[in-house]
Design a protein around this ligand. Sequence first.
Ligand code: ZN
Length: 150
Amino acid sequence: MAQLDELYREVILDHYRNPRRRGSLTGDHLHADGNNPSCGDEFAIDVIVEDGVITDAAMQGQGCSISQASGSMMMDVIVGMSVADVADLTRKFKIMMTIEEGEDPVDPDRPGAALGDLEALQGVRKFPVRIKCADLAWATLEDALSQPVD
Ligand code: ZN
């Protein structure tokens, strides 16, 4: 039960129950759909990039609490970030989700290193099948940002 407690830490449940930036954008924006067949999770994102900075974003999705909470946490932090910083954060998140327990995922002294609420998802590492759930939103965001902008 201790492991489950960690997996469903309060912050994860809060994001699952109150997803940030749920909805869709109008006007010109990038869009990508993602899904995780192993769990049945779906995630879609609308994002506006201006001068290399994400100025607005909205998400739609349904699925397990891990997939939706990870997406909500991601939406919470990406608006206002540059595409380069988002790529860096995505890399840190992936490292956090794959390292062995006990290793420090990021250097705390490095500026911008903190993952904030996202660190709550570290508990998911104990459930390898669920890592894909946590990764879904990030893969979908990468997909959206990889599209050519006119
Ligand atoms: Zn899932």
